[in-house]
Design a protein around this ligand. Structure first.
Ligand SMILES: NC(=O)c1ccc[n+]([C@@H]2O[C@H](COP(=O)([O-])OP(=O)(O)OC[C@H]3O[C@@H](n4cnc5c(N)ncnc54)[C@H](O)[C@@H]3O)[C@@H](O)[C@H]2O)c1
Length: 356
């Protein structure tokens, strides 16, 4: 399916910050840019000028009431006030879904599972589609890894490893002040990637969190690295090591932005590794031949997210990274924190059936 066959949608962007910029740079040619909105007027105005939006707003309510907008990309933080449970995504969907707007929303959907579930239900009631920003799924190498794992040749996955060690990243302020930080901000991608690649759900999570020397969050309470063992229904065991404490730097041990993944199966193995723009998929099937496939196209996965969103709207179906599917990624992330607190493996409270 070529991108050229995708429907063009009229887009509103909520949140003109770091990730809003990455989104637009990756997919702006696929949509019509109608309006952008940020509570910081200078940010909204700067995005309007730079990307060519027709208008800009400073009140979310005005963006949601704009009758021209069909699809809203929500790139705010969950909440700008770390002490408040006010969820900017909740407020956006509450105002925009009844007017027929579809949503692509950055992860995590909420900091409480009930709030996330209500957002999913609001979209259901309004008959609009909800996709979540799990971009790690949609790089060209990860797409190919998923295809290979779905094919029969590799047999059953029995062991999966995810490794990510970051240097020089600072979490947005609200996250830095929260007790639940690195798993909610980055680790959630790893749990999501395992669920997606293995096409399976976790039965238990054992996790240990810690704080290292991460600069910029010295006064915060949150985790800066964690180790997790995740068992899956069909027997695969996943290992995650994720850290934002890496002092060594990019040229040595640091992995790329979406980590390195190895999946060992009964008849072969698949590995995705290397820096973002040179990420390589290596796989060895039952014949023992090793093939390396280099990444193609836009390397962050943000374009792939929008492509999947537009395909879902064209085909009148849920996007694969739907809000409903995200509930189980969130449940797995919360189980990891519960395990770290209790020192025991925890069974995630999953929603059934998850859709993928
Ligand atoms: N998918 C990924 O790989 C990825 C990577 C980084 C960040 N993120 C997520 O993206 C989200 C945003 O992160 P960021 O680093 O861009 O933050 P940021 O602070 O740079 O940008 C957020 C913007 O939203 C604006 N904003 C906040 N509340 C608003 C409201 N109610 N109405 C209008 N504007 C509002 C802020 O003024 C700010 O400009 C976070 O949830 C983060 O977890 C995702």
């Amino acid at each position: 399916m070529t991108e050229e066959m995708l429907p063009r949608k009229k887009l509103g962007l909520l949140g003109c910050g770091d990730i809003g910029r990455y989104h637009l740079l990756a997919y702006r040619d696929l949509v019509d840019l109608v309006a952008c909105c940020d509570i910081r007027p200078e940010a909204a105005e700067a995005f309007k000028r730079e990307f060519g939006f027709v208008r800009s707003y400073t009140r979310m309510e005005d963006l949601m009431a704009d009758p021209d907008i069909e699809l809203v990309d929500v790139c705010t933080q969950v909440s700008i006030d770390p002490n408040s449970l006010t969820n900017s995504r909740f407020a956006a969907v509450q105002a925009g879904a009844p007017t027929g707007k579809h949503f692509l929303i950055e992860k995590p959907l909420a900091w409480e599972i009930d709030s996330a579930r209500e957002i999913v239900e609001m979209c259901d009631r309004a008959g609009v589609r909800l996709g979540i920003g799990h971009r790690f799924r949609y790089t060209s190498t990860m797409n190919r890894a998923k295809e290979l794992l779905k094919s029969d040749g590799y047999g059953d996955p029995f062991h999966a490893v995810y490794l990510l060690s970051h240097f020089g990243w600072s979490p947005p302020k609200p996250y830095a002040r929260r007790p639940q930080m690195t798993i909610m901000e980055i680790g959630i991608h790893a749990f999501d990637l395992f669920r997606y690649l293995l096409d399976d759900e976790p039965t238990s999570v054992y996790c240990v969190t810690g704080r290292g020397g991460m600069r910029g969050v010295e006064d915060g309470p949150g985790d800066t690295h964690f180790d997790a063992i995740v068992k899956f229904r069909r027997g695969c065991v996943g290992n995650i090591y994720l850290s934002i404490d890496n002092y060594v730097g990019r040229k040595s041990w640091q992995t790329n932005w979406y980590g390195e993944v190895l999946v060992e199966c009964s008849k072969g193995a698949i590995e995705v590794a290397g820096p973002d723009d040179e990420s390589t998929l290596r796989h060895a099937g039952p014949d023992g031949r090793v093939e390396a496939i280099a990444a193609e196209g836009e390397s962050t996965g943000f374009r792939g997210l929008m492509v999947e969103m537009l395909r879902a709207l064209r085909d009148d179906r849920e996007p694969t990274m739907s809000g409903r599917d995200h509930l189980n990624t969130l449940a797995t992330s919360f189980a990891a924190y519960e395990s770290a607190d209790s020192g025991r493996p925890v069974v995630p409270r999953l929603f059934e059936p998850a859709l993928r």
